[in-house]
Design a protein around this ligand. Structure first.
Ligand SMILES: *Cc1c(COP(=O)(O)O)cnc(C)c1O
Length: 385
């Protein structure tokens, strides 16, 4: 059995979740907008899912809008807020380590006359809330800072940033796609105005997400058409996907503390053993303020891509940089942002743990990884420089 160490890229849909979804793809196929019994059953399932998602982040059901992905939620929050508030100002604050769903959306807005401040992170991969506050201007209309980074797992100070945004009366959006279902999120206590989440990052299906929009925040629709999602997001709902996502989230939240403790013990063991066994390796991102399931280590003198291929040959599935950037030869923008030079940013390995990983997987990893790194270094023209 191969070892799957890439849970930040995606997760397998849980069997309990599939079981809830399948009837809605089969006999329960009704369109929730229709009026007869078949449709009412679908509508009821949809609204129960909304209750479950709301409960998981301490929101009300009216504040949850289902979307087609985490990416869509990010685009919607950032673009709709920018357009809605453009009369008040055209300045947005974000960070230089956001997921491309936020970063490329900000670049798109820059081409349309908006100004964006990208707060840099420190060498630990953390954003300073004070830096965010210093960047606020009279024309700032939106702060968008991710809750947890998808590459190096760092947890950003969103509580502090939420309080700052509130005191300056600026809308605060957080891309919490890596955080929801993994670490506690409370939109009320954390003063979050908008939050993006995605089903496939917590053992739900792909192609379904949600945007939380705090009551009182007017948000324009992004997808135009029918009156679904209270007129805010048109298109016949992906009922099975939404129900699956909600069920997966409820399960993830109920198991969160236990799983976080279990996975962080495995995470710490990997970090300790790799750093102790492999010379010239370093951990990327803060040691403590990181997701329970994230390990990101750089190895001098090697190519991350070659490392992944050799691990794959041993049945170990991991990642280097993010899945979206692999395939291109650009080093990860996150690793460059923490100050790694290009060649070190290229030689990084991301291991993201999940429910299916156990200590025996670490045994296998430690049996293979040190010799693979050594083999690659022996072949590398960079070694010894
Ligand atoms: C995966 C991810 C997204 C994109 O979500 P999709 O549902 O895959 O579109 C956005 N932000 C972060 C931080 C992610 O990890």
């Amino acid at each position: 059995m191969p070892i799957y160490f890439d849970h930040a890229a995606t997760t397998a849909t849980r069997p309990e979740v599939l079981e809830k979804m399948l009837p809605l793809l089969g006999d329960g196929y009704g369109n929730p907008s229709s009026v007869y019994a078949l449709a009412r059953t679908a509508k009821k399932a949809l609204e129960q899912a909304r209750d479950q998602v709301a409960a998981a982040i301490n929101a009300t059901p009216q504040e949850i809008f289902f979307t087609g992905s985490g990416t869509e939620s990010d685009n919607w929050a950032v673009i709709a807020t920018a357009e809605q508030l453009s009369a008040r100002g055209k300045h947005i604050i974000t960070s230089n380590v956001e997921h491309h769903a936020v970063l490329h959306t900000c670049k798109y807005l820059e081409k349309r006359g908006y100004e964006v401040t990208y707060i840099p992170i420190n060498s630990d991969g953390l954003i300073s809330a004070a830096d965010v506050e210093k960047a606020i201007r009279p024309d700032t209309i939106l702060i968008s800072i991710m809750a947890a980074n998808n590459e190096i797992g760092t947890l950003q100070p969103i509580d502090e940033i939420g309080a700052i945004a509130k005191s300056h009366k600026i809308a605060f959006h957080t891309d919490a796609v890596q955080a929801v279902g993994h670490v506690p999120i409370d939109v009320k206590a954390q003063n979050i105005d908008m939050l993006s989440l995605s089903g496939h990052k917590f053992y739900g299906p792909k192609g379904v997400g949600a945007l939380f929009v705090r009551k009182g925040i007017a948000i324009k629709s992004f997808i135009h058409g029918g009156a679904q999602e209270r007129g805010r997001r048109a298109g016949t709902e992906n009922v099975a996907g939404i129900v699956g996502m909600a069920e997966a989230l409820a399960l993830a939240v109920s198991e969160m503390l236990e799983e976080a403790a279990r996975q962080s013990a495995i995470r710490d063991r990997i970090i300790d053993e790799v750093l102790a066994t492999v010379p010239k390796s370093r951990l990327n991102g803060s040691r403590d303020k990181r997701l329970p399931n994230n390990v990101n280590i750089s190895f001098d003198y090697i190519e991350g891509e070659s490392l992944l291929l050799l691990l794959d040959m041993k049945g170990i599935y991991a990642s280097s940089g993010s899945a979206c950037t692999s395939g291109s030869l650009d080093p990860s923008h996150v690793l460059l942002a923490i100050g790694l030079p290009h060649e070190k940013a290229h030689g990084s390995l991301r291991i993201t743990l999940g429910r299916d990983n156990a200590d025996s997987d670490v045994d296998t990893l430690m049996k293979e990884l040190p010799s693979i790194v050594q083999r690659l270094r022996d072949m590398s023209p960079l070694t010894g420089q």
